[in-house]
Design a protein around this ligand. Structure first.
Ligand SMILES: [Zn+2]
Length: 181
């Protein structure tokens, strides 16, 4: 092992240990901000590490600001056991989510959207991703007018990146950009 790869290893260890909250905002007329807590990012990274070469995902739990322009995500669940996952597909199951959401609701936290993993790929949403989020926004069972989608792409053990999009009911998707503070 040469000095450069030792340095890179140290760097990736360092960045894993110091995961910070991430903030994403819209640039257009409609103003949306999504804040993802560092522990949520850690939960997603650890699920992706377990999934290996397969996609995985779950739901996002959090709360909204009073004017509902900002979603604060505080939890990314593990993959429900009845999910279907392959190398380039993921269909989230539902097992266990109802009691979990009920318990969170008692503490003022709600379903705010979905997250999933593109192993070794970019975090760009696919056509299927757009379609499934649009149907969630339109589905009254979710009681979520503006679901958020977070995708983790790349290598969860090294260099990975996140994308964030909002799907307002009856409107086109809005891609958010990371705000680097
Ligand atoms: Zn996807």
């Amino acid at each position: 092992m040469n000095i450069l790869s030792r340095c890179l290893m140290a760097l990736s260890r360092e960045s894993r240990m110091s995961i910070k909250d991430a903030t994403f905002s819209s640039e257009g007329a409609l103003f949306y901000t999504v804040v993802i807590s560092s522990s949520t990012i850690e939960q997603m990274v650890s699920e992706c590490l377990k999934a290996g070469v397969n996609e995985t995902g779950g739901i996002l739990i959090g709360s909204y600001s009073e004017d509902s322009s900002t979603a604060m995500i505080v939890e990314a669940t593990t993959r429900p056991a009845d999910s279907l996952a392959g190398r380039t597909t993921f269909q989230r199951g539902v097992r266990g989510l109802r009691p979990l959401l009920h318990a969170r609701w008692k503490t003022g936290l709600y379903y705010v959207g979905e997250w999933h993993f593109h192993p070794g790929g970019s975090p760009e949403p696919s056509g299927d991703d757009f379609r499934s989020m649009t149907s969630i926004a339109a589905n009254p069972d979710y009681q979520c007018l503006e679901p958020v989608m977070i995708i983790l792409g790349g290598d969860p053990a090294g260099s990975y990146s996140l994308s964030a999009s909002v799907f307002p009911r009856g409107d086109g998707p809005i891609r958010l950009r990371e705000v680097l503070i």
